[in-house]
Design a protein around this ligand. Structure first.
Ligand code: SF4
Ligand code: F3S
Length: 112
């Protein structure tokens, strides 16, 4: 199994998750992160750290599309290992529905 980053990360990108991951398997897009499903060791420590509650185990229903989404972008976006400031509208965007369709940006982030 793996943990995955899901829709509510989009336009928030708090990055608290990267600080706790023991294997540095987060990858950065312009306005969200993903987890590399083959690198994640399923430790679960990132899940409660996300202020937007965007991290889920793939054992939950409906997560198949998010595993594929995380895998797709983990191989093209740069690795991120250090916490940054959240995106400027993170608080306002937390919980906004349909963010994948209306706010997702495919471009890579800066990484570090
Ligand atoms: Fe990293 Fe553990 Fe979260 Fe997987 S579950 S992304 S290994 S902190
Ligand atoms: Fe995204 Fe939550 Fe990490 S908003 S960047 S999954 S702390």
């Amino acid at each position: 199994m793996t943990y995955v980053v899901t829709e509510n990360c989009i336009a928030c990108k708090y990055t608290d998750c990267v600080e706790v991951c023991p294997v540095d398997c987060f990858y950065e897009g312009a306005n969200m992160l993903v987890i590399h499903p083959d690198e994640c060791i399923d430790c679960g420590v990132c899940e409660p750290e996300c202020p937007a509650d965007a991290i889920r185990p793939d054992t939950e229903p409906g997560m198949e599309q998010w595993v594929e989404f995380n895998r797709k972008y983990a191989v093209v976006w740069p690795n991120i290992v250090s916490k940054r400031d959240p995106l400027p509208d993170a608080e306002a965007m937390d919980g906004v529905p349909d963010k994948l369709r209306t706010h997702f940006v495919e471009a890579p982030g800066e990484g570090d």
